[in-house]
Design a protein around this ligand. Structure first.
Ligand SMILES: *[C@@H]1O[C@H](CO)[C@@H](O)[C@H](O)[C@H]1NC(C)=O
Ligand SMILES: *[C@@H]1O[C@H](CO)[C@@H](O)[C@H](O)[C@H]1NC(C)=O
Length: 117
């Protein structure tokens, strides 16, 4: 009986252990200051096991002279990533979430296409 239980336990646990490394994980880029497709500071990477957890955040700053202007983009992983915009005083942050393609978060938001003018 004990052997039977052990077998059941192994059958229950092994597929999990075995498939863990093969699961649909997404590699995301981590960057503190991402502009024009290049990471200027704090470049690294992180992996998300599930959910749309590769995060892109565009930061905009408001000044009386220029209005809202794009400042920089940050890339990272977030377990509860939600696409949205929010304001913090003179700061506006646009959040994008993605999954399923490695480094997909560098293709969201303004970090890639933005050019000085
Ligand atoms: C992920 O980052 C580590 C260092 O943090 C680096 O050694 C590794 O090459 C990176 N992997 C990829 C796929 O870029
Ligand atoms: C604006 O971007 C610069 C880097 O280009 C950064 O050092 C600064 O902290 C950013 N400002 C805000 C308010 O996030």
């Amino acid at each position: 009986m004990d052997k039977f239980l052990l077998l059941l336990l192994l059958l229950a646990v092994f597929p999990f252990v075995f498939f863990q490394g093969v699961g649909p994980t997404t590699l995301c880029m981590v960057c503190e200051n991402f502009k024009r497709g290049h990471c200027l500071r704090g470049k690294s990477n992180c992996t998300m096991e599930q959910g749309p957890g590769c995060r892109t955040r565009d930061f905009f700053i408001f000044t009386d002279r220029d209005g809202w202007r794009y400042n920089h983009t940050q890339l990272d992983c977030s377990n509860n990533c939600q696409s949205m915009n929010y304001h913090l005083g003179t700061l506006r942050i646009s959040i994008f979430c993605c999954k399923g393609q490695d480094f997909c978060n560098k293709y969201q938001g303004k970090g890639l296409e933005w050019k000085p003018y």
